[in-house]
Ligand binder design. Structure first.
Ligand code: DGL
Length: 260
């Protein structure tokens, strides 16, 4: 059986890496919509439309058996619609991340950071409330983090300043756990950890594998690892070589996934 993964760009490679590590024999097809990234400052309607187009590309071309939405923005706004639209299991990143945070926090004060669209959706707030009503959640949109990661600025002075500018406010609320509610952010994890060593940092890629395992499907296949992008991206290729060197990248035209 094969697994389809999509993200607006490079962030979902952090999820791809964990899935490929857990299921090395699985066929995995990844779509990074690098022509239209970022999704995080787009409207709900646009995020839903883009998400359906990405899902269609993976399902129609590769007949994938599971779809992983490796983008918090798309998971926050389009997951329910994709679940109704597709006939296959669809796994998003919000619930696995929220579950990890609930398991991790000791003082029941949790922070979540993400794109403007993810934070505006309140998807993490709703997921955490369903799991544990006593948890206080502090949310913060960090729109500069995605371009920093795309530029490879993950541990320089600029990155450190921006991290402090965004995070100090929620750290001051006394949180002991921070959810990285954007698949780009794990690349800033070490830098955040160095600045705030007492905070437990969680991201959904750590838990998504167990959600796939719960489906109890046979993932033994031909070990194909194919990656498609909708526009050339040197940053994508660099990160891909670091995280999933076994993947072969191919550029497709945007017109192959949508009507232009
Ligand atoms: N990787 C996306 C997410 O997890 C963020 C990038 C974007 O804004 O498209 O939300």
């Amino acid at each position: 059986m094969s697994i389809g993964i999509f993200d607006s760009g490079i962030g979902g490679l952090t999820v791809f890496k964990e899935i490929a590590k857990a299921f090395p024999k699985a066929d995995i097809y990844y779509l990074g919509d690098t022509a239209r990234v970022p999704y995080g400052n787009k409207s709900k309607e646009t995020i839903i439309r883009y998400s359906i187009e990405c899902a269609d590309f993976l399902v129609k071309n590769f007949d994938v058996d599971i779809l992983v939405v490796a983008c918090n923005t798309a998971s926050s706004h389009a997951l329910d619609i994709l679940k109704k639209y597709l006939q296959i299991p669809v796994i998003g990143v919000v619930i696995p991340g929220a579950e990890m945070a609930v398991k991790t926090t000791k003082n029941k004060k949790v922070g979540v950071i993400g794109t403007i669209a993810t934070i505006r959706s309140n998807a993490y707030k709703e997921a955490i409330e369903r799991l544990d009503k006593d948890i206080e959640l502090y949310q913060k949109a960090c729109p500069l983090f995605v371009p920093l990661v795309e530029e490879g600025m993950i541990d320089n002075q600029i990155a450190k300043l921006v991290i402090k500018e965004y995070l100090q406010e929620i750290i001051d609320k006394g949180i002991d756990t921070l959810i990285l509610g954007c698949t780009h952010y794990p690349l800033l994890k070490d830098t955040i950890k160095n600045i705030y060593p007492d905070i437990s940092i969680v991201d959904s890629s750590q838990n998504i594998v167990s959600h796939i395992k719960n489906l109890k499907i046979n993932t033994e296949e031909n070990s194909i690892k194919h990656i498609y992008i909708t526009d050339e991206s040197p940053a994508f290729e660099k990160l891909k070589n670091l995280l999933v060197p076994e993947g072969k990248t191919e550029k497709i035209e945007l017109s192959q996934i949508c009507n232009l």
